[in-house]
Design a protein around this ligand. Structure first.
Ligand code: PBG
Length: 295
């Protein structure tokens, strides 16, 4: 249980939790109920949260995400206040805050790398100043780890850790997440995320992030990419994080609901396999159930 991170979705300006149809058991938490929610999750035994905001103030750059009074900063502050011992990880990206759903601004039909990494630096500083323990850049821009490290150092946070989504594939397994996070993506992310079938590129990207100063490296999705986790484990000493993503969760939930799979056993087996491959930490939407019921 100590190795699991629970991803949550927080929406501003709603009064009641909103179930996510494609992810049974997952709901968007109203910002106004966040403190109570975080307290109860901590009481259940969850040790770390990855936070995603569902913004009502989207614009072409996603600038609400680096507004010190915007949703991202507020939810980090509230979560930290509610459960100071819980590790709060702030997903550092723009796709929940841009009106086109891309992970940065769009210019001439492209997401410009250098502007985006500068903005990621602004967002990371705001998240850390709000109290986040770790920032987790997931935009897959070149040089994003170095840019964030530089911005955090310059803002007086040289010790703030970076959990880099490093080997992140342009995967169809993120489908349910897009609904959960209210990301209405037009197009795809193939110009910045990686080709799912190119294993060598996945290793190269993680090694680059290590060289740029990442403190953790993440492989995402989890189960279809156990080979990447295992190969990385042999090459690096940094902690490896794996993300059992929304599509993996949905497959298990719907198959279990249809009576085809035994959910607790499958959860145990899939997370165990990710560990066996070499991951130290796992992001999973099953984390709260496991905290309550045991592994
Ligand atoms: C992007 C982000 C995504 C996920 C986590 N961070 C979606 C994407 O890259 O399109 C997916 C997680 C999941 O599917 O559970 N900020």
């Amino acid at each position: 249980m100590n190795d699991l991170i629970y991803p949550i979705f927080v929406e501003e300006e709603i009064d009641a939790p909103l179930p996510v149809d494609s992810m049974p058991g997952v709901e968007r938490i109203p910002e106004k109920a966040l403190e109570g929610y975080v307290e109860s999750v901590a009481r259940d035994g969850v040790k770390a949260l990855m936070m995603f905001g569902v913004s009502h103030y989207k614009n072409p750059t996603g600038s609400d995400s680096w507004n010190p009074d915007g949703l991202l900063a507020r939810m980090v502050r509230k979560a930290k206040r509610a459960a100071p011992d819980l590790v709060i990880i702030s997903d550092t990206c723009f796709c929940e805050y841009t009106d086109h759903g891309h992970c940065g601004p769009v210019e001439h039909d492209q997401v410009p790398n250098d502007v985006t990494i500068e903005n990621l630096g602004h967002q990371a500083v705001v998240a850390i100043k709000a109290g986040a323990d770790i920032v987790a850049p997931s935009a897959m821009m070149d040089g994003q780890v170095a840019a964030i490290r530089k911005a955090l150092d310059a803002a007086g946070h040289p010790m703030a850790p970076i959990m880099a989504y490093s080997s992140k594939m342009a995967s169809a397994f993120y489908g349910p997440f897009r609904a959960a996070s209210g990301c209405d993506l037009k197009g795809d992310r193939k110009s910045y995320q990686m080709d799912p079938l190119n294993g060598r590129e996945a290793i190269r990207e993680s090694l680059l992030d290590e060289a740029e100063g990442a403190d953790f490296l993440m492989v995402k999705p989890g189960m279809p990419y156990l080979d990447i986790i295992a190969r990385l484990r042999q090459q690096i000493l940094l902690p490896i994080v794996a993300y059992q993503v929304s599509g993996e969760y949905a497959m298990i939930k719907f198959a279990a609901a249809a009576g085809a799979l035994d959910e607790p056993r499958i959860v145990r087996e899939t997370l165990g396999a990710i560990k066996r491959a070499g991951a130290d930490l796992i992001l999973t939407y099953f984390a709260r159930d496991i905290a309550r019921q045991g592994f």
